[in-house]
Design a protein around this ligand. Structure first.
Ligand code: CTP
Length: 410
């Protein structure tokens, strides 16, 4: 969550029933480490109170009454200049119109006019208003000026109508805020392919051979890449996790499917982060029908599954120089999950798989590896450098790894 740590976020709340969702957004931003100041319009105060926001942010929530106080002449300029990002959620058609035309008749719009930071808008309005030509023209103006528009979503509207106009969910808005902040970061304009989860090799229509990978580290890596501004393709087996907002998911199950997806996505990728736990062996024959007890205990013959990293690394050798540079990402990173001889095994894999970096991961303890929230890893580089990290949250480990990838790409 560190992209939001100590960031000043200004949250504008306008007069929509979706204002209740803004309290959740303020809470999520605060939990992620941001300092959240809130401005409510007079219409927003009909739905929620400043106290609602002060209670979740621990900071002042401003209203139009502050526009005429003793410090009024500096308040809007101060808020507008000290903030890293202005998000208006929910944003009514009226406020969108004011923003598009530079009107400044309340504390929120006057602050928005003074602000020079990125602007994220989550529109919310009732049936037909979003599609109205005036709203669409205002939207186009705001997009052209660089604003990020989140939603609105389709669904039940307050009027009882079904349509497009619901404010996007706070988790979606939060994800888009992270992406907007990431635009200035080191991986902006870079494509990063991340693999996650444990592959599933079918035995018959109901059974698979798989492993304990939860996908947590891979999903955290995808989020860390997004936070640094990357275009992220997440190639994942089924997991219980939510795909980070902004990542493009390519769902796969088997090692073969993952290999095909990785090779296709690597054609224009800058880096491959191979966090998936890929099967080394798979059943040689997949039964067309469910294997029945009455037929006795099956003898399962295994064969080698494709080694994806080796296939990617091989492109540099197999293809012509020009084609090779297109196919092999400039940085290829693997993981080595080991229960013994961690560093020896990892450095052997670093060489044999022709990697730029390997993340050695001791899975013999409960606080690291499969399913845990934390991880303890050592980074081994192709040039012989070694960096051991202490026990950290998987999201922190992910951030260190992606910052390292960014440095290698420089
Ligand atoms: N990997 C891969 N394709 C495979 C197996 C592994 O691309 N068929 C990748 C993993 O995603 C990981 C790295 O190779 O990034 C090392 O995986 P690991 O399972 O630790 O090593 P293996 O090569 O499978 O060797 P072993 O299981 O014998 O330790």
């Amino acid at each position: 969550m560190s992209i939001l740590k100590d960031k000043h976020i200004l949250l504008g709340v306008t007069g929509s029933i979706a204002a209740y969702k803004a309290a959740d957004l303020a809470s999520k931003l605060t939990q992620a480490g941001a300092q959240v100041d809130v401005i409510l319009t007079t219409a927003a105060e009909k739905f929620v109170t400043p106290l609602t926001f002060q209670s979740v942010t621990g900071r002042r929530a401003y209203t139009d009454s502050d526009l005429w106080g003793g410090e009024a002449h500096v308040l809007h300029v101060g808020l507008g200049h000290s903030t890293d990002l202005l998000v208006i959620a929910p944003c009514t058609a009226d406020t969108m119109a004011k923003l598009a035309h530079g009107l400044a008749d309340n504390l929120l719009t006057v602050t928005a006019l003074a602000a020079t930071c990125p602007l994220v808008i989550a529109p919310a309005m009732d049936g037909g208003m979003f599609d109205a030509p005036a709203t669409q023209a205002n939207l186009a103006t705001l997009i052209e000026r660089g604003a990020t528009i989140v939603g609105p979503a389709e669904g039940h509207l307050a009027s009882g109508l079904l349509g497009k106009g619901r404010m996007s969910e706070p988790a979606e808005v939060l994800g888009r805020i992270r992406m907007a902040l990431g635009k200035k970061e080191k991986l902006a304009d870079k494509k990063i392919v991340v693999t996650a989860g444990g592959t599933q090799e079918p035995l018959d229509p109901v059974r698979v051979l798989t492993n304990h990978s939860s996908g947590k580290q891979g999903y955290a890596l995808a989020q860390a890449a997004l936070d640094l501004g990357a275009d992220v393709c997440l190639i994942s087996t089924p997991t219980a996790l939510t795909v980070p907002v902004g990542a493009r998911l390519v769902p796969v199950r088997t090692a073969e499917e993952m290999k095909n997806a990785v090779l296709a996505e690597c054609a224009d990728a800058d880096a491959l982060v191979m966090a998936a736990a890929v099967a080394d062996f798979r059943p040689k024959h997949v039964a067309a029908d469910k294997m029945k007890k009455r037929d006795g205990i099956p003898q399962i013959e295994l064969e080698a599954a494709p080694d994806i990293l080796k296939a990617v690394a091989g492109f540099r050798l197999a293809l012509s120089e020009a084609e090779g540079s297109k196919k092999r990402p400039r940085v290829v990173l693997g993981f080595a999950a080991e229960s013994r001889d961690l560093l020896d095994n990892a450095s052997e894999k670093l060489k044999s798989k022709n990697l730029d970096l390997i993340v050695a991961n001791d899975i013999s303890t409960v606080d690291a590896g499969f399913g845990a929230e934390t991880n303890r890893v050592t980074l081994l580089f192709a040039d012989g450098r070694k960096e051991s990290l202490p026990l950290m949250d998987k999201s922190e480990v992910a951030e260190v790894i992606l910052r390292t990838v960014a440095t290698l790409l420089e």
